[in-house]
Design a protein around this ligand. Structure first.
Ligand SMILES: [Cu+2]
Length: 128
């Protein structure tokens, strides 16, 4: 049987845990505004590039993009910004297969030193 002291410390733990969970879920803010391909889009041809748009100019050396899909991780090259608050990269193999893809990004945006990260999916269905 639990003593009342133990019970109190469990209660404190529960309150702390739920506070932490609340704090975590309130930081769902993402600086990503839109992307090409768009999140959750279904494309009828394979994209050549990934381009992500943010609220301010990303710091390219402190940012990164990756692409995973049916064959695992895909090679990307030429990571840069077009100067339009964007990050852009070329998909090295222009004939990626049909399937579901996930773009994962890490970005430092404008004067904000925070490192933001997120991911979104898109699908390619060419019937080729
Ligand atoms: Cu470009």
């Amino acid at each position: 049987m639990l003593g009342s002291r133990n019970f109190k410390s469990i209660l404190v733990l529960l309150v702390l845990t739920s506070t932490l969970l609340t704090c975590t879920s309130s930081s769902d803010y993402s600086p990503l505004l839109r992307s090409e391909p768009a999140a959750d889009s279904v494309l009828n041809r394979a994209p050549r590039n990934l381009r992500l748009f943010y609220g301010a100019l990303p710091d390219v050396p402190k940012s990164s993009l990756s692409l995973t899909g049916p064959d695992g991780s895909y090679d990307l090259r030429g990571f840069h910004t077009m100067g339009a608050n964007d990050l852009m990269i070329e998909i090295t193999n222009p004939s990626i297969p049909d399937g579901d893809y996930v773009v994962s990004w890490t970005a430092v945006i404008g004067d904000d030193p925070s490192v933001y990260q997120g991911s979104f999916g898109f699908s390619v269905v060419t019937n080729r």
